[in-house]
Design a protein around this ligand. Structure first.
Ligand SMILES: NC(=O)c1ccc[n+]([C@@H]2O[C@H](COP(=O)([O-])OP(=O)(O)OC[C@H]3O[C@@H](n4cnc5c(N)ncnc54)[C@H](OP(=O)(O)O)[C@@H]3O)[C@@H](O)[C@H]2O)c1
Length: 248
């Protein structure tokens, strides 16, 4: 946990990861990305409060050149990363809304889900390899969603979001296999956070019982417990917020 990197830290779950990592004395540095300054005021205020510990970088996960540039900036400051968590994801974005039925399927929307929710993690895995190839324990985690589990799909709907998270899960599993050869100390996992009160879930919270809607504080402390308990045998697995295994 010495050098950490949070991707998608402007708001929601990612911003709370930054807050909790800043309060952890084991953590020396937190690199954190945002896309728009307008939605990143909380993160930028934290950077002003913790100038020695928090380094903010701007990056759109759909632009490979921006990913490369960001990782190059990190490489100029450290040789190793020990904890990486990708919190980027979209469920709705402007006119893009989750599809209730096949009638609403639209190729452009599907591509958008895949480029943000799935391909971004694969590009991160590609460019982060040199920083995760070292002799200390390291974690490469991404926030997925239980709704991306094919085995658990009994409700249907939300085609693009579901399929993009299922693809993300496959990228994670496949990365875990390659990393076991190239970055053998890095444990690669997908994590389901549980329904969490953020901008992403906000339009869909009506039918969620209050005890099943977590605050970002609760979600992140639960996920940090899962992360803390990871051992090498967990490489390539998909975990829920309570530490239980989820079916692919
Ligand atoms: N909340 C839930 O109930 C829930 C449940 C299951 C899974 N998840 C997953 O948890 C993760 C975090 O979501 P959240 O609930 O914290 O949502 P959120 O508050 O909407 O945060 C999403 C983050 O993704 C960033 N982002 C979106 N598109 C991006 C792009 N093209 N490039 C870079 N950053 C981009 C956003 O940045 P901007 O500020 O620039 O938009 C924001 O920082 C997502 O993967 C989501 O699918 C959430």
């Amino acid at each position: 946990m010495k050098h950490t990197f949070v991707i998608g830290a402007s708001q929601g779950i990612g911003l709370e990861f930054v807050r909790q990592l800043l309060n952890n004395p084991e953590v020396e540095l937190v690199f954190a990305t945002y896309r728009n300054k307008e939605t990143a005021t909380g993160l930028l205020n934290l950077a002003a409060q913790f100038p020695q510990k928090l380094i903010t970088l701007s990056m759109d996960i759909t632009q490979e050149d921006e990913i490369e540039k960001t990782i190059q900036q990190i490489k100029e400051q450290v040789k190793e990363l020990h904890f990486v968590i990708n919190c980027v994801g979209i469920l709705h974005e402007g006119d893009l809304q989750p599809e209730k039925s096949l009638r609403q399927i639209n190729a452009q929307q599907l591509l958008r889900y895949f480029e943000v929710n799935s391909i971004g993690t694969a590009l991160l895995a590609k460019h982060l390899m040199p920083l995760l190839r070292h002799r200390s324990r390291a974690i490469f985690a991404t926030i997925s969603a239980k709704i991306g589990s094919i085995g658990d799909n009994r409700l249907g709907g939300w085609y693009g979001y579901r399929a993009s998270k299922a693809a993300l899960n496959m990228f994670i599993r496949t990365t875990a296999i390659e990393y076991s050869r190239r970055c053998p100390k890095t444990i690669v996992v997908a994590l389901h956070p549980g329904t969490t009160d953020t901008k992403l879930s906000e339009p869909f919270q009506k039918n969620v019982p209050p005890e099943k809607l977590f605050s970002t504080e609760k979600t992140v402390s639960q996920l940090l417990t899962v992360i803390h308990n990871l051992v090498p045998e967990h490489n390539g697995e998909f975990f829920s917020w309570d530490g239980s295994f989820l079916p692919w």
